[in-house]
Design a protein around this ligand. Structure first.
Ligand SMILES: [Zn+2]
Ligand SMILES: [Zn+2]
Ligand SMILES: [Zn+2]
Length: 160
């Protein structure tokens, strides 16, 4: 039995500047390959989302933009977010009504997440066996999903 876990994010001690840099490079590539415009504001919002591995809400993003004296209104942020979600650069966590950067935007996947209730860090993993299983259960129940995200709440290795 193969256990294909792709790109689990290390949320312990690590060089986070490297994560941000990597995320921006991947985003530039994804946008270039799909003919999408990676405007200044979209890039800025993605950088803010990647400022940590903790999910961030739309209003926190707005506050951070304003703190940097970037003029922005809620619709600006929501438009940038919906672009980033559509481009698979960001995932929306429904249970927290907030957003995290995608660790693997170059490969289509259904997001699966471990969310730590203590430190708020989110680890994304993408196991095709899980999404395939959900898919087959849906089919056998005649259910058609528009979107599939698995959010598991708990305590991470650092907080246990
Ligand atoms: Zn990091
Ligand atoms: Zn992802
Ligand atoms: Zn934790």
């Amino acid at each position: 039995m193969s256990n294909k876990k792709i790109n689990i994010v290390t949320t312990g001690e690590h060089d986070h500047a490297g994560c941000i840099e990597d995320a921006i490079l991947k985003a530039e590539l994804v946008c270039k390959n799909n003919n999408l415009r990676f405007t200044k504001i979209r890039k800025k919002v993605l950088q803010l989302i990647w400022s940590s591995h903790k999910p961030i809400g739309a209003y926190e993003i707005l506050d951070s933009l304003r703190a940097e004296e970037i003029k922005a209104e809620p619709p600006t942020v929501y438009r940038a977010l919906s672009f980033l979600i559509d481009a698979c650069l960001v995932h929306r966590l429904d249970s927290l009504n907030s957003f995290v950067g995608c660790v693997d935007p170059e490969n289509t996947h259904q997001g699966q997440f471990f969310i730590c209730q203590d430190c708020n860090n989110v680890s994304e993993f993408n196991d095709h066996e899980i999404s395939d299983l959900v898919e087959s259960k849906m089919k056998s129940n005649g259910f058609s999903a528009t979107h599939q995200t698995l959010e598991v709440m708990g305590h991470c290795n650092n907080c246990k």
